[in-house]
Design a binder for this molecule. Structure first.
Ligand SMILES: Nc1ncnc2c1ncn2[C@@H]1O[C@H](COP(=O)(O)OP(=O)(O)O)[C@@H](O)[C@H]1O
Ligand SMILES: O=P(O)(O)OC[C@H]1O[C@](O)(COP(=O)(O)O)[C@@H](O)[C@@H]1O
Length: 325
């Protein structure tokens, strides 16, 4: 493992994944609902948003702790993966199995279909234990990435409560969520968020038809106090907005095997850029480089840091700061 960024002066990072998943990727050319589909090949990987973010950051040389809930019946796959990736495992084990999400890769139609399950439900006592675990982590961690769906039984206020609790202890919170939990958590004003365009449209209840409309929407969130708003738009790249800067980062044409995890890689790259002290444009380059580095493979793995850094050159940056509407 590259340990370039894991000395004691580097802020410690923790990711929280309340609902991790084993991603079962199945390749089905010309997949069609309502017919018999045959699988060409398949692969299973530990995943879920915070697990992926942690894995990408560790591969880039950061020291990262993972926490949240894991079903104890199939925890071993994750535990072996964490040990292999050099991640510090502080997950809480709960009864049952972590969910298996199915990802159908159809290279003929160039599309990926996600089938995401609800996942096992933690009890109120287990939620209390999670709050305690987060307080313990706050003793020696500075950056917290809170991401992914919540299990069905969990209050949509949980991310809001965690964000408030961590902020009151001076921690930096990055949020990547959707639906009600995203809406609630925004009221606690995390440091940074990365909705994709669908999630942002759902939150605002409007459709965003141009980059300028996306920029305008992101500026609205920055005006509410969120320091850094990143809106990802698949192959269209991502718009990064802060109070005094705004850029549109566009990826080059890439050979896509799977888009699963591209958003998580963008979150990881944003955190890496911020921790390196980069200005927003370079954060956008690095975040996009992380994303495109993951597109040519299945599973949460990143190439060596110098290959990721080389990809930064291929990202086109357009300055939107002076764009007016
Ligand atoms: N088909 C693609 N071609 C090139 N880059 C892509 C493609 N899909 C995703 N990306 C890159 O990954 C980033 C995040 O992808 P996106 O699909 O928007 O996230 P999410 O997985 O959260 O929905 C994009 O901003 C872009 O840089
Ligand atoms: O928690 P959710 O929203 O169901 O998402 C979980 C899924 O998202 C992933 O983390 C991938 O996310 P992205 O494609 O948005 O980066 C998968 O590993 C996992 O199956």
């Amino acid at each position: 493992m590259n340990t370039m960024f894991s000395d004691s002066s580097t802020p410690r990072i923790a990711t929280l994944t309340l609902n991790p998943a084993i991603d079962q990727t199945v390749a089905i050319p010309n997949f069609r609902a309502g017919t018999v589909n045959r699988v060409g090949w398949e692969q299973s990987d530990p995943g879920g948003k915070g697990v992926n973010v942690a894995s990408f950051l560790a591969a880039f040389g950061f020291s990262v702790t993972v926490s949240g809930f894991l079903g104890h019946e199939n925890a071993e796959l994750f535990q072996t993966f964490f040990a292999h990736q050099g991640l510090c495992d502080r997950f809480l084990l709960i009864p049952g199995k972590t969910r298996v999400n199915v990802k159908i890769i159809d290279d003929a139609q160039e599309q990926v279909t996600d089938i995401n399950f609800p996942g096992p439900s933690p009890t109120p006592e287990e939620i209390t234990a999670l709050h305690q675990r987060v307080d313990e982590l706050a003793i020696d961690h500075d950056w917290f990435i809170v991401s992914g769906s919540l299990p069905a039984s969990v209050s949509p206020n949980l991310y809001r409560d965690l964000t408030q609790r961590l902020k009151s202890q001076g921690k930096t919170v990055i949020l990547d969520a959707s639906g009600d939990s995203f809406r609630q958590a925004l009221t606690a004003i995390p440091f940074a968020i990365k909705p994709n365009i669908d999630e942002l449209q759902e939150y605002l209840g409007v459709s965003l038809r141009s980059e300028i409309e996306v920029l305008q929407a992101a500026r609205g969130l920055v005006a509410e106090g969120i320091e850094c708003v990143v809106v990802s738009m698949g192959a269209g790249g991502a718009i990064f907005v802060e109070a005094d800067s705004a850029v549109w980062a566009r990826p080059p044409q890439v050979n896509v095997i799977s888009t699963v995890g591209a958003g998580d890689a963008m979150v990881a790259g944003l955190v890496a850029g911020k921790l390196r002290g980069f200005a927003l444009a370079d954060c956008a380059r690095l975040a996009t480089a992380f994303s495109i580095a993951t597109l040519s493979q299945v599973g949460p793995r990143l190439p060596l840091p110098d290959r990721v850094e080389a990809l930064m050159e291929q990202v086109q940056i357009e300055d939107l700061h002076s764009a007016r509407f």
